[in-house]
Design a protein around this ligand. Structure first.
Ligand code: SF4
Length: 507
């Protein structure tokens, strides 16, 4: 359908030798339908067995699929790497302008190998790759500032993406993320730390190609059909109106909102941090990824007075979704929306995965309250549920790692609890902290077996909800039949009514 499609071109970049080249990998793009299949194959080719996730031998693969840049909503790029957080497969997806920029620059995939000896950022303009010195950017606290500097320096925009890391990636926090276009993320499994280990501060990708379709009429018909489904039917409406924060109220009503490290599954102050309340009080703007008519990205405008200047206010735009609301709100007992938004902003600035950060802070609070750790480890911080100020300080300490305790937290909750105790309330699967859908056993089975540890791995939450609505007993056999994701760990009869505590023990 598309003549002269650049999709099968793979750009290889070797940071150690400062070289790049292009190979035609039609063999992969014809065999696999989407970017994920291609990326897995490239990872198999490039990542040696036993590779150190933070060593130069761990490659970073970005890949897109045939629909990116062609049809509405197809906006995601997949990143594939060996995860420094779990030591297992790292798969992470992000939108923004990343996918369209890769395709318009003329590629279907980009493979980054080796490591630089000084901080660099890469500028990819169509067929040219520039290795820019990033020494002056290394150490800048905010990933926003890094994005702004690069934007001004690089000039012309085109279909441009700027992927970058914050201080957390530089400090090799194993759940550091990569931010793209300020409000989108390769969030889970520590791609930011892999960037940091390669001294790779950022990647700019820009292209100005156009794609020519050979059958414009047929293309238009399909395009319009998808477009109409996205904007004129209720299918995507909730994502535009309230966004994923619309889930807070129903999940709380179901008893499925992880609260205070899952010591509760309902939060007494849930209304304050619900999608409805946040939209009413703070919604300042909606954004969309390139080529998406839905516009589900919600930005809160947080207005704060300057301390010594009456009637002077600073307004910060903070993107909020359901997952950061659960992890940095209910999970920490924070029902004060201003405090929760500030915490989200700091996590964003440092470039951390919000889910892992929230679960780690929740474990720390429970461990502190139960006496597993004391102020000696926390450097004087007294952790209490709902205490935003302490959590804000703790995030900085996790990134900077001034002592062994914060160094352990920077490796995740499973690692920290293996040293300080409290594994029975460390909410991680295979080393990765849990997502925010405590709907029942099918969701947890999906987290356990899915490679991305996201609620979308198997949509088990939807099976739990169906069983709840139909008042059905959810047996392991039903879960296995339905999603083929069930683990033998749960093989003893009816498990639909597992309590929060029992689920915590199973993790
Ligand atoms: S704006 Fe929202 S719905 Fe549209 S592609 Fe981006 S994340 Fe998906």
């Amino acid at each position: 359908m598309i003549s002269g499609d650049p999709l099968s071109r793979v750009l290889y970049i070797d940071l150690s030798r400062r070289k790049y080249w292009v190979e035609d990998r039609r063999d992969l793009f014809e065999k696999y339908l989407g970017g994920t299949g291609v990326a897995i194959e490239l990872l198999k080719e490039e990542c040696p067995k036993g590779a150190d996730p933070l060593g130069p031998e761990n490659p970073i693969i970005f890949a897109i699929g045939p629909l990116n840049g062609v049809f509405p909503l197809a906006s995601k790029t997949v990143a594939m790497f060996k995860s420094p957080h779990t030591g297992n497969l790292g798969e992470s997806h992000a939108g923004g302008r990343s996918a369209i920029a890769i395709r318009m620059a003329g590629y279907g995939a980009i493979v980054i190998k080796g490591a630089s000896d000084i901080p660099v950022y890469l500028s990819i303009y169509n067929d040219k790759v520039y290795f820019r010195d990033a020494s002056a950017l290394w150490g800048i606290r905010s990933s926003h500032t890094v994005g702004r500097i690069i934007r001004e320096r690089e000039g012309e925009a085109g279909y441009r993406t700027i992927m970058r890391i914050g201080r957390a990636g530089e400090k090799l926090v194993t759940f550091a993320n990569v931010v793209t276009e300020t409000y989108r993320h390769f969030g889970r499994l520590g791609l930011g730390a892999v960037f940091g280990s390669k001294k790779l501060k950022a990647i700019v990708i820009s292209g100005k190609r156009t794609l020519k379709v050979s059958n414009a009429k047929a293309y238009r018909e399909i395009y319009d059909e998808i477009y109409k489904m996205a904007v004129k039917t209720p299918a995507m409406r909730k994502y535009h109106d309230l966004g994923t924060p619309a889930n807070v109220v129903p999940l709380n009503n179901l008893g499925a909102l992880p609260t205070k490290n899952l010591t509760q599954a309902r939060f007494e102050r849930y209304e304050n941090i619900s999608g409805e309340k946040l939209a009413e009080r703070f919604l300042g703007r909606r954004l969309a990824c390139a080529h998406c008519p839905v516009g589900c990205i919600h930005l809160a405008a947080l207005r704060e007075p300057y301390e010594k200047e009456p009637y002077f206010y600073k307004t910060t735009m903070i993107s909020y979704d359901y997952e950061p609301i659960y992890s940095l709100g209910s999970m920490l007992g924070i029902g004060n929306p201003e405090g929760m938004l500030k915490l989200m902003d700091v996590v964003e600035i440092y470039g951390l995965d919000a889910m892992s950060t929230g679960v780690i802070l929740a474990w720390t609070t429970e461990a502190y309250l139960k006496g597993y750790i004391s102020e000696k480890e926390t450097m004087g911080l007294k952790f209490r549920w709902g205490d935003c100020e302490t959590y804000l300080k703790a995030v900085r300490l996790i990134v900077e790692q001034p002592n062994d305790f914060y160094g352990a937290l920077a490796k995740g909750v499973e690692y920290a609890s293996s040293i300080y105790g409290g594994r029975e309330f460390a909410l991680a699967y295979g080393g990765n902290e849990m997502p925010g859908y405590h709907t029942g056993p099918a969701a947890h089975a999906g987290f356990l077996t899915g490679s991305r540890h996201s609620h979308l791995d198997s949509a088990g939450y939807s099976l739990d909800e169906q069983a709840y609505v139909k008042k059905e007993e959810l047996t392991p056999e039903k879960v296995a039949d339905y999603r083929n994701t069930y683990s033998t760990r749960y093989n003893k009869g009816g498990i639909h009514k597992k309590s929060s505590r029992e689920i915590r023990q199973l993790t």
